[in-house]
Design a binder for this molecule. Sequence first.
Ligand SMILES: C[S@@+](CC[C@H](N)C(=O)[O-])C[C@H]1O[C@@H](n2cnc3c(N)ncnc32)[C@H](O)[C@@H]1O
Length: 356
Amino acid sequence: MLDTPKIDQARLDAFATRAIGDLTAGYTGVMVSLGSKLGLYKAMAGAGPLSAKEVAKRAGCAERYVGEWLNAQAAGGYIAYHGASDTYELLPEQAMVLADEDSPVYIPHAWNVPASMWFDEAKSLEAFRTGKGVAWGEHDGRLSCGSAAFFRNGYRAALVPQWLPALDGVVEELEAGIAVADVGCGYGHSTLLMAKAFPNSRFHGFDTHPGSLVEARRNAEVAGLSDRIEYGLARADDYPDGQYGLICFFDILHDLGDPVAAARHAAKTIAPGGTVLLVEPFARDHVRDNLSPVAQLYYSASTVICTAHAISEGGHMVLGAQAGEARLAEVFRKAGFTHFRRAVETPFNLIFEVRR
Ligand SMILES: C[S@@+](CC[C@H](N)C(=O)[O-])C[C@H]1O[C@@H](n2cnc3c(N)ncnc32)[C@H](O)[C@@H]1O
């Protein structure tokens, strides 16, 4: 007979509380999405204390629904509640996270990613049971639009002011004029930011997902930069040889089924003295050092998105979204690169400079 396991009551209470907190976060995500899509946060931003009726009127929504939503948001600390006046207020810090789409800490679009993960659960169940892959483009459309919008804010805050200057001599080359490849460019937010900052250089974005390329072209057109950015449907190991002075991989290397083939292709198509900019999710080399909320988010997305995509591409080397520096360096060493340096890091990203 098995012994009844001895329960540590304090540990049980702490973990149950933690798990309920995570469950609450899932409910809150739905509220954040509604608040964002209905313009409720924007209606409150900078307006000071408002009654439920005033918020509903400003956003053009039904008052009874808005009242309940406001209470949910106040209970979660997403807005302030003033008991004496029975009013609700979106404080300036909360507005940065919830209402200002250009703020580096704007969150609502990011909830599209777990929404797509839930929507695609049947595909993930099937993938676990069969070992088959799920390609990026097979997911619900909220994956590509949510991740593009989420990454965009980080890129806006850091790519041109911090990451590119951390690479030896690259800003000077971009200013003088070079060809740049953005491999797995998605919606092209990274390409666009670089093209805006460096008018003498030419930019080439490549991706295998036609829907993302449509958005990337549209974004370039809206920004008036279509003459210097060209987007093409191509794999990371077969885009045209442009003798690029800079080849960028923004959050894509670990998604690939054969990252070494992609690195080899970069080695072939890079100009003499050219640089690879590799941006990957922040991770340490071993899972024992990755037991944090940021890693929890990345490992979870990796399970059903990144790992699944790499397997759909043959799964020669499935890095996952928490690859870590040692394994990333090994990919480039195998492809013939001799220089691999961590140029800068943020709580969410590792940024490497790689040369032949
Ligand atoms: C996580 S998204 C990153 C997109 C973009 N770089 C960004 O930072 O927003 C990964 C992208 O890689 C693309 N992709 C996946 N496999 C690819 C491959 N073999 N070659 C080129 N692009 C690929 C996907 O279509 C998707 O747009």
